[in-house]
Design a protein around this ligand. Structure first.
Ligand SMILES: CCCCCCCC/C=C\CCCCCCCC(=O)N[C@@H](CC(N)=O)C(=O)O
Ligand SMILES: [Zn+2]
Ligand SMILES: [Zn+2]
Length: 522
């Protein structure tokens, strides 16, 4: 090392240390004068006295263990693939209908359950409760899956449900047949054991979620609206239990999605006169469009980390970090710009920092010696909670900055409303209790779902919509989602059945315990 570079390094080090010290001192000063720090946001109602409604034990014997797994593997083997809104595997969807009836005979024959097929392939179940004064809730999941090709690098054929080292491999194992089968398997066992709910509930299984749910979810909502149904809460797919995924967090975290990002799918196109490739213009339609797309990639949407409900996620998790991260997370109002800069470095964490911009399709040209008249690209943006669709469209327009590039909004909506997650929030607290009873080592926190779910069609029926299943994600597992080697452990699938079994019974409580009752318990 030269003397000059050694000096520069020392200078850099001194700068970083003084900057961090300054931030910490400033943080302590402002925290002490303006805000109060709390590290026990997660205790709350869990210590209170809960009315006992989970009277039926969730033990699973060896026969049931084999039976529930066989049902699940049968479900994975049916290729219920959705490719586009008009390309659904309807043969597989019909086969799936038969599988459900065979696997869950009690659900389909019980006088306690009403069932109807909606839009040909989706399913709606209604289990009325004995107490009509209690507002019903709804569990959602979807039957369809995204395409999968073994040649992309799968260790097992994607519709084989092959078992490797205790994991079942296959498309749909974590998105979302684990919930479809888990919910109905739980209901089957509850009914067999003589359960009859006090609080009524619906189960909605969509057949086209992967292509937006315009047939399944939207028609189920129509049916429910006609009946005048209002729901206490909705629980759909979405977030999961993250174990070792959030750097620095001690222990696993169950993130319950309290909102989901908005969407903008934008088509960009450039038209030019076609002609012979021997006489090219200085700029082709492809070149102009490529420039526009490059500008979008080089100019990401603004950092908004901490300006949406993701702030609550880190505040809830703060006490599970060691210092100095604990201090940083507890004071997001001060440190979120800094944290945003760190999080934007990884694609999965960047998703929480801003509206993301993904160029997903690029088409042009028909022959090597013809100048293409048309070039088009699709940009898929996931909108941060602190931005609106309109703001995002305006930013795209200004970043593209070229009138030759036409812009068309193909599909889009604002970020979804934020559901409640305080101590009086029935759905959130019931889900949280069910998670903590089953997985006491987990920290429960509100989260943002970075993808979209069928539940977004339910906003007129329920104020509170949650996106969560206790599927365990370890490092690398998030990439299996819509990727290769999608899998779930046999143990985790069984845990899902138990989770829904307990959740349904926990929902039978009339009211949440009072937030203050914890203090009076001795
Ligand atoms: C706090 C930092 C943690 C970083 C870890 C991230 C873990 C992410 C885990 C799972 C991904 C979330 C996916 C949510 C479900 C999305 C469902 C989906 O794929 N929907 C489609 C189709 C549709 N309904 O629009 C979509 O395109 O969004
Ligand atoms: Zn899904
Ligand atoms: Zn999906």
């Amino acid at each position: 090392m030269t003397e000059r570079s050694a000096k520069l390094n020392i200078l850099k080090f001194v700068k970083i240390v003084s900057f961090s010290l300054l931030l910490v001192i400033l943080g302590f000063f402002v925290a002490a004068t303006v805000r109060t720090l709390t590290f026990d946001v997660n205790a709350g109602l869990q210590l209170a006295h809960w009315e006992k409604t989970n009277n039926i034990a969730s033990d699973i014997n060896q026969h049931q263990r084999e039976e529930l797994l066989a049902n699940f593997r049968d479900a994975i083997r049916i290729p219920t693939v959705s490719t586009t809104e008009t390309q659904l595997n309807t043969t597989a969807l019909r086969e799936f209908d038969s599988l459900l009836r065979k696997a869950f005979p009690t659900v389909f024959s019980s006088h306690l359950v009403q069932h109807e097929v909606v839009a040909n392939y989706s399913h709606l179940f209604w289990v009325p409760g004995s107490d009509l004064a209690l507002v019903p809730y709804m569990l959602l999941a979807h039957i369809d899956v995204v395409p999968a090709e073994e040649r992309d690098g799968w260790e097992a054929p994607p519709f084989s449900a092959k078992e490797i080292n205790g994991f079942i491999y296959g498309r749909g194992t974590i998105d979302n047949k684990q919930s479809v089968m888990g919910i109905l398997q739980a209901l089957e066992y509850l009914l067999i054991r003589g359960y009859s709910p006090r609080r009524g509930f619906f189960i909605g299984l969509g057949h086209d979620e992967e292509v937006s749910g315009f047939q399944g979810a939207m028609n189920i909502v129509r049916v429910l609206k006609k009946k005048g149904v209002q729901l206490a809460f909705v629980l759909d797919e979405g977030l999961a239990v993250l174990d070792g995924v959030i750097s620095g967090l001690q222990g696993p975290a169950a993130l319950i999605g309290i909102s989901e990002k908005g969407l903008a799918t934008v088509k960009l196109s450039v038209s030019k006169a076609p002609g012979h490739s021997s006489m090219p213009p200085s700029e082709s339609s492809i070149g102009i469009l490529a420039g526009a797309v490059k500008r979008l990639e080089e100019n990401p949407m603004p950092r908004l980390f901490g300006e949406g409900p993701e702030r609550g996620t880190f505040e809830h998790l703060a006490h599970k970090f060691r210092l100095p991260l604990k201090f940083v997370m507890s004071n997001m109002w001060l440190f979120s710009p800094l944290l945003g800069r760190v999080m934007e470095r990884r694609p999965d964490t960047n998703a929480f920092v801003r509206t993301t911009t993904a160029i997903t399709m690029f088409n042009s040209g028909v022959k090597v010696n013809i100048l293409p008249s048309q070039a088009e690209a699709y940009v898929n943006l996931r909108i941060h909670s602190a931005q609106s669709l309109q703001e995002v469209l305006e930013l795209i327009q200004s970043t593209v900055g070229d009138e030759r590039v036409k812009m068309e909004l193909v599909d889009g909506f604002d970020p979804l409303p934020v559901s409640s997650y305080d101590e009086t929030s029935f759905g959130f607290q019931i889900i949280k209790k069910t998670v903590l009873d089953q997985f006491p080592q987990v920290t429960v926190a509100p989260g943002i779902c970075i993808g979209n779910t069928d539940s977004r069609h339910y906003t007129d029926l329920a104020k509170d919509i949650y996106r969560f299943a206790p599927t365990w994600f370890r490092p690398g597992d998030a990439q299996r989602f819509h990727g290769i080697n999608e899998r779930i452990s046999k143990k985790n699938y069984e845990e899902l059945v138990v989770f829904y079994f307990n959740l349904i019974q926990n929902c039978d409580i009339k009211d949440l315990p009072s937030p203050h009752s914890a203090g009076h318990e001795l």
